[in-house]
Design a protein around this ligand. Structure first.
Ligand code: BEZ
Length: 189
């Protein structure tokens, strides 16, 4: 199993099994690519984290030779990250652990719903010490890498575009995502 692959570590479900209800929080492709069953969904936030295109993608939006860049969450105490929460059953994690196996580990974070509820939720995070983590770079460099990357799930630029559209539809702003999306649109012209 390549060293980026987190499936074996994520296979321990004891933390999730302890939850009364299982909420999965999506902040990236899980917002617009919902290929798993769920009982209900709702907009939600997590505090202390921000989205960044700082995770390499060797399996979805790039290749091992030419990795793309996808999102992970970075700790940022004053920030709040918008996402969609899905109430799911334990079975979906076989599929999701496979889909998000490139360096992402499941973490339990407090979700904030607009109705004031704040249940724990499962969030996939590529921590800075995972082998697929590529870290910060100037926005132009990030956009350039994304513009030239394609993987089995399609062009890396499409990943950014679909997310930016989904955030706009929800009335949400994310300056980092919107800046990369703008740079990519300029490069397409
Ligand atoms: C998400 O959409 O929440 C997500 C982003 C990156 C990896 C796994 C999940």
């Amino acid at each position: 199993m390549p060293s980026h692959d987190t499936r074996e570590i994520n296979a321990d479900r004891s933390d999730i099994e302890a939850l009364d209800e299982i909420w999965l929080f999506g902040y990236g492709s899980l917002i617009y690519k919902v290929d798993f069953p769920y009982a209900e969904s709702a907009p939600a936030y997590i505090t202390g984290w921000q989205r960044r295109f700082w995770q390499g993608s060797h399996d979805h939006r790039g290749t091992p030779e030419k990795p793309g860049r996808v999102l992970t969450l970075i700790e940022a105490p004053a920030e709040r990250c918008f996402g969609i929460a899905y109430r799911v059953s334990l079975d979906v994690f076989d599929h999701l652990d496979h889909r998000e196996k490139n360096g992402y580990l499941r973490s339990i974070q407090t979700l904030e719903f607009t109705n004031g509820d704040s249940p724990p939720g499962v969030v996939y995070i590529g921590q800075p010490d995972n082998p697929a983590f590529v870290g910060p770079a100037p926005a132009e460099e990030i956009a350039e890498q994304i513009f030239h990357s394609v993987g089995p799930s399609g062009p890396n630029a499409e990943y950014v575009q679909l997310l930016a559209e989904a955030l706009r539809e929800q009335g949400e702003t994310d300056e980092h995502v919107f800046e990369i999306d703008r740079l990519l649109r300029e490069m397409r012209q």
